[in-house]
Write a new protein. Structure first.
Length: 54
């Protein structure tokens, strides 16, 4: 499975790009995302679900 689908993003910037969570987390359980000056935490739960908190 491809981690990123650059053709869709290159042809139409309004289409979403698919990213693989394993490539984003790289073995970690949490990652920080900065958006418009605010920091968010994206984490993987014990059940393998994703939770985004501010």
């Amino acid at each position: 499975m491809s981690q990123v689908k650059p053709h869709a993003a290159a042809s139409d910037p309004n289409l979403p790009t698919t990213l693989n969570s394993k490539s984003l987390f790289q073995g970690r359980k949490t990652l920080k995302i900065e958006h418009n000056g605010d920091q968010y935490t994206l984490r993987i739960t014990a059940n393998g679900k994703l939770i985004l908190t501010k």
